[in-house]
Structures are given as structure tokens and as C-alpha cells.
Design a protein around this ligand. Structure first.
Ligand SMILES: Cc1ncc(COP(=O)(O)O)c(C=O)c1O
Length: 413
């Protein structure tokens, strides 16, 4: 059994009050809170180890380099990448996706080919492909969704075909909560000779994600959505794929030999890490990984499924008042992201009223504008959970939504 109170005690911010109420933080799909251990790792690094990595022979530089490379090893183990050289540090999932679009796709996608996405992609896994396909005279194809926001694979053999260069799919949708059948889609892509990319921004923090088991060619994710700091993210890719790719950014650190005329590239992973890297945040992400592993990713998954099931049941009270839930009802097809619409209240007004009650939710298009528009709304409200959220907090959320709905309907609180 997972001791949520013990976990909560590690997060200083969860003890805060907002507008006179205990903070109920349910905007975890945007960014998660950080445990004291991660915050302390940043302080510790700057107080005791700060130096540039990979270039010094002095003690501080060597210590910083060891800590920085240890963090890479931890992340590699966390996603079962095997070789740490297959984990490239980036700023965030968006940069990881752009790295694939600029470096791999610009060399490998040809005119007349297609890239297969889903309609629920975050803009970060959509706009880079729009730019790329426009440049290359290639096409984007979308796997359709059913009414609940679950992928409809009935026509998949004609969507992924021999002209498909890449299938790039979000593991867990940040806008609907849908969890996609990643392994199945990866096998289908490979059967047609296409590469497969997983956007793991919302799955890696919440469940066991094993890149070897999926057999994906690429996976992108962000440190700040998994208790780590902002400004650090990862791209995993298979080693032979990375070796065949040109650098994305060039300059210091990523070179082997430089003359006035030309340069040759450093080995992996540094080939893709130009300039002084984000040393402190990488180290602190390693500490976040330790923290998550201490709890156990399977335990986190199980806890969040139970919490989400509880929230979905409670949400029936909101539906009885006219609220509408987006995304699948079946807890096996979704994660802890509840996206919804309330009649007669704009989501921004709902978000503002909930904030007055100390409840942090996100309102808007969640960087999935075409998807949210296709739901027939301009915006949704979204509560997203992490392992430190409780059923009591879900009760506060549901009561808050009902109170806001009553206020807008009857004008009284
Ligand atoms: C599914 C998904 N992909 C990609 C991203 C982009 O992550 P970042 O903003 O950290 O680059 C997000 C962020 O919300 C996301 O939810």
C-alpha cells in the first residue's frame, strides 16, 4: 500500500493555502510539483559541485560530470533503454520532437510519403510534422477517433501503408486522458517499414514505460511532468537510428575534430548536445527518477487508476447537472486526466471560481486546438492527478464544480 500522506509531506508546496483554502493541485498534466529531495538536489549541486562538465580535469568538473552522467544512466534504466548513450538530454518533450523532425525526418522523409498521427496529438507532436510535410511535399494522415475519443483502428491497414515514413503517437492524451495501444501501433508501423515515435510526455511520469518492450524507434518526454525541474527533457532513440542522424544543433561539446573548413561529430550522446548542458536540472531529474522508483511505477499506476475510477464515479453528480465528460469511460483505456464541459459556464470562469476555492485546474485548448474544436467546444476544463492527490481532494473538486454550476445557474453560492 502506498502511503500518500508520507508522499505529500515531501512536497512543501502542498502545504500551501491559496485564497484561504488548502491548495488542491490538479494541474499535473501541465507540470507536476517537486519533492523536497529534488529541490534539495538543485541547491546541493549549486552549493557544492557547480562546474562545467566534460571539459575540466579539476575535481569539481569531474564530480559534476559523474553526477550528470549518472542521471542519464538512471533515466535510461527507468525507461529500460539499456545503453545510456541512447538517452539525449533536451529542454523538454517539444525539443525532443523537433530534434526528430529536424534531424531524422528532414533526411528520411521523401516527397509523396506520409506521416501518420492521431487527432489527439499535442501541438508539439503536430506542428513540427505540418512544417516538415509542407517542406517535403509529404502528407499527414490521421487515425480516426470514435465518440469516446478512442482510436478506431478498423481501417488502419489503409492508413499506415508502404509510403508511411513515420507513425508518431501520443501514449496518453493530455486533453482526453485516452491511453493508446502503443505496442500494437508500433508493430503495425514496423510491419510497413515505418519508424515509430512515442510521445511519452504524459505516460512516462505515471506508468511503467519500457522502450524495449514497445520496440519504439523514438520516445520524447519532459522532466517537469515527472517531479523533475523545468528545462530538462529527454529523447530516447535506438542507437543505430541515432548514429545515422545528423546533429540538430552544432557548436561546442558536440564535435570531435574542428578545422577552419569543417568539423566531425562527437560520439553519442554528445553529438546531439551542443553547448553547455542543463547540468543541475539533469542531476535533479535523476533524483526525481530515484523518488519515483522508490514509490514504484506500478504502484503509482495502480493508485492513480483507483483515484481516477473514484473521480469518474463522482463525476456522475456533475453529469446529472448537465456536465459533459470527454474521453473514454473505461478506466482501462484512460489515465488520470478528466476533461469536461459545464453548461452555461465558460471554462475560464469555472477555473477562476475553483481557484477562489484553492483548486488548481487547467482551462483552455490544452495545446490540442483541433481536437478540442472537434469536440464542439472552444475550451474544456481539465483536472489531472498525480500520486499525491487524494480521494478527499477529488470530493473537494466535485463539490467545487457543483457549487460553481449552482452559482452560475441560480446566482447564489
Ligand atoms: C502529450 C504531450 N506532449 C508534449 C507536450 C509538450 O511538453 P513540453 O511543454 O514539456 O515540451 C505536452 C505538454 O503538455 C504533452 O502533454
Amino acid at each position: 500500500m502506498l502511503d500518500v500522506q508520507k508522499i505529500r509531506n515531501d512536497f512543501p508546496i502542498l502545504g500551501r493555502e491559496v485564497n484561504g483554502h488548502p491548495l488542491v493541485y490538479m494541474d499535473n498534466a501541465a507540470t507536476t510539483q517537486k519533492p523536497r529531495q529534488v529541490i534539495q538536489a538543485l541547491v546541493d549541486y549549486y552549493e557544492n559541485f557547480n562546474a562545467n562538465v566534460h571539459r575540466g580535469v579539476h575535481t569539481l568538473s569531474m564530480e559534476a560530470t559523474d553526477m550528470y552522467e549518472d542521471a542519464r544512466k538512471k533515466v535510461a534504466k527507468f525507461i529500460n533503454a539499456g545503453d545510456p548513450d541512447t538517452v539525449i538530454w533536451t529542454r523538454n518533450a517539444s525539443e525532443s520532437l523537433n530534434l526528430v523532425a529536424y534531424s531524422w525526418a528532414r533526411e528520411n522523409v521523401e516527397s509523396g510519403e506520409n506521416i501518420v498521427l492521431t487527432p489527439m496529438e499535442h501541438h508539439s507532436n503536430l506542428v513540427p510534422w505540418q512544417e516538415l510535410t509542407r517542406e517535403k511535399n509529404a502528407a499527414i494522415r490521421y487515425i480516426p477517433l470514435d465518440n469516446e475519443g478512442v482510436l478506431d483502428l478498423s481501417d488502419i491497414d489503409s492508413i499506415i501503408d508502404d509510403r508511411t515514413a513515420l507513425v508518431s503517437v501520443v501514449h496518453m492524451s493530455n486533453a482526453l486522458g485516452t491511453v493508446n495501444p502503443i505496442k500494437k501501433l508500433c508493430d503495425l508501423a514496423h510491419a510497413r517499414g515505418a519508424k515509430f515515435l512515442v510521445d511519452g510526455a504524459q505516460s512516462v511520469p505515471h506508468m511503467v514505460v519500457d522502450v524495449k518492450e514497445i520496440d519504439c524507434d523514438f520516445m520524447a518526454f519532459s522532466g517537469h511532468k515527472m517531479m523533475g525541474p523545468t528545462g530538462i527533457g529527454c529523447l530516447y532513440a535506438k542507437k543505430d537510428v541515432l548514429e545515422g542522424m545528423k546533429p540538430f544543433l552544432t557548436g561546442g561539446e558536440m564535435v570531435l575534430e574542428v578545422s577552419y573548413e569543417k568539423a566531425s561529430w562527437a560520439d553519442l550522446p554528445m553529438k546531439f548536445e551542443a553547448g553547455t548542458p542543463n547540468i543541475a536540472d539533469a542531476i535533479a531529474l535523476g533524483v526525481a527518477v530515484d523518488y519515483l522508483e522508490d514509490i514504484g511505477m506500478a504502484n503509482i499506476d495502480e493508485y492513480e487508476r483507483d483515484l481516477t475510477g473514484y473521480a469518474l464515479n463522482k463525476f456522475i453528480d456533475v453529469e446529472e447537472e448537465g456536465g459533459k465528460l470527454f474521453g473514454p469511460r473505461n478506466p482501462d483505456q484512460r489515465g488520470g486526466i478528466i476533461s469536461f464541459d459545464t453548461p452555461d459556464i465558460h471554462p475560464h470562469d469555472l477555473g477562476t471560481l475553483l481557484d477562489q476555492m484553492g483548486i488548481a485546474v487547467r482551462t483552455g485548448h490544452h495545446c490540442a486546438m483541433p481536437l478540442v474544436r472537434s469536440l464542439g467546444v472552444a475550451a474544456t476544463s481539465r483536472a489531472s492527478f498525480y500520486v499525491y492527490n487524494t480521494k478527499k481532494e477529488v470530493d473537494v473538486l466535485i463539490e467545487g464544480i457543483l457549487e460553481a454550476m449552482r452559482y452560475f445557474r441560480d446566482g447564489v453560492r
